[in-house]
Design a protein. Structure first.
Length: 394
């Protein structure tokens, strides 16, 4: 097989930022060497793709996982199992003659000295060193220290300092969402409409979706604390899909959920924390630290918050305040419990209710995604994925 002509499509990448890279940097007109689908593809020898994959290996794994000198396994073994970087076709087996393994070898081609982002710590005074923690687990130092300060001080005292530290980095994620873009909003419950029976004079109560006034963003006086807002601050929380909107309100089987669509009335500029242009952060190790920081910020919005841990909103609320102070109109981030994207719009006048969009759904059952964590390393998980989200019936 000619390694110079291996082109791969986005269906073989698991990480959102790699998928975005393929779609932004790839070209049409070639078939993927792995699945033979005619899709947007990128050469597996693409230097920026190689650096991006190396960066994500450092982000997700400590060195002892993949360095055989410390008891680790080779990258074929890592990518043969469920992992957050690549997607191996089910028909491919470990080290068979599949093009998948040739792509893996291309992506990891070259010595550390030939790349910007090293996979190995090397030696210090003739002693072998290692990256003992993944970049994800090690965290972004400035943000970790800031979170400690936030827990120990009133947020109004530290907000100006945090704004100076982080606003420029958050502003790098700015993207424009066009006017007319439609999102969904959900609320558990329904309105009742009374009708007189056609064959009798009896009054019949009919369940209908919440009327417009009952599914709009709440007024400030009854607005609780949320992921992006403080108590008595009212923003619009919207979702990219109906399934995501329903999942976000966390209904139980037997609940009725009202859905309505909302439309942006003008172009808005938001901090997009749902994916990052990883290519923009692989020019140096220092710039990749900024990428790690942005993923740490995104995690504050994506991390599932249990009902007994609402104080965790403290950190995402601080980031929301910084984003708003920076002149942006909202935040976009991945759902913590769904596959879609959420958007928070600060100024409610930039959103309008879409007429004739109300629907009522009945929740039949839940589905879950569970991860079994081994005792060796939390990053090695065995994932069992069932159909996402609540099953709904119109």
């Amino acid at each position: 097989m000619n390694d110079d002509n291996l082109f791969v499509c986005d269906s073989h990448f698991a990480d959102n930022d790699l998928i975005r890279f393929i779609n932004e940097e790839g070209e049409t007109g070639r078939s993927c060497c792995i699945c033979n689908e005619n899709r947007i593809t990128v050469n597996s020898n693409n230097r920026d793709l190689q650096e991006s994959v190396r960066g994500l290996i450092r982000y997700f794994y400590p060195e002892y996982v993949y360095n055989e000198h410390f008891g680790g396994v080779d990258f074929h073994q890592i990518f043969n199992d469920s992992n957050p970087i690549l997607v191996k076709p089910e028909s491919v087996t470990l080290n068979d003659d599949s093009p998948f393994w040739y792509v893996v070898d291309d992506l990891l081609d070259g010595l550390d000295s030939e790349h910007i982002i090293p996979l190995y710590a090397g030696h210090i005074e003739e002693m072998r060193d290692l990256f003992a923690k993944s970049l994800r687990d090690n965290g972004y130092v400035n943000w970790n220290e800031s979170k400690k300060l936030l827990l120990e001080n009133n947020y109004t005292e530290v907000l100006p300092q945090f704004h100076i530290l982080f606003h420029a980095l958050l502003h790098r994620t700015m993207t424009t969402v066009p006017a007319g873009k439609v999102y969904s909003r959900a609320r558990i419950g329904f309105d009742v409409q009374k009708e007189r029976g056609k064959l009798s004079q009896a009054i019949i109560e009919k369940k209908i979706p919440y009327r417009e006034k009952n599914i709009l963003a709440p007024p400030p006086n009854i607005t609780p604390s949320g992921r992006a807002n403080r108590e008595r601050i009212s923003y619009y929380y919207l979702a990219s899909t109906i399934a995501t909107a329903i999942a976000e309100v966390r209904p139980h089987p037997g609940h009725y959920v009202s859905i309505a669509n909302f439309e942006l009335t003008e172009n808005i500029k938001v901090a997009n924390l749902s994916s990052f242009g990883i290519k923009d952060y692989i020019g140096s190790e220092e710039d990749f630290d900024n990428y790690v920081a942005l993923r740490a910020f995104a995690y504050e919005f994506e991390f599932p918050i249990t009902p007994d841990a609402k104080n965790r909103y403290l950190f995402s609320q601080m980031l929301s305040d910084i984003i708003k102070m920076s002149g942006l109109d909202g935040i976009m981030f991945n759902s913590s419990i769904g596959k879609g994207v959420n958007i928070v719009v600060f100024d409610k006048s930039k959103v309008k209710f879409k007429q004739n969009s109300r629907r009522l759904y009945f929740i039949k059952k839940h589905s879950y995604e569970c991860s079994r964590v081994t005792n060796v390393y939390d990053g090695f998980v065995e994932t069992y994925t069932e159909q996402f989200g609540p099953t709904v019936r119109k």
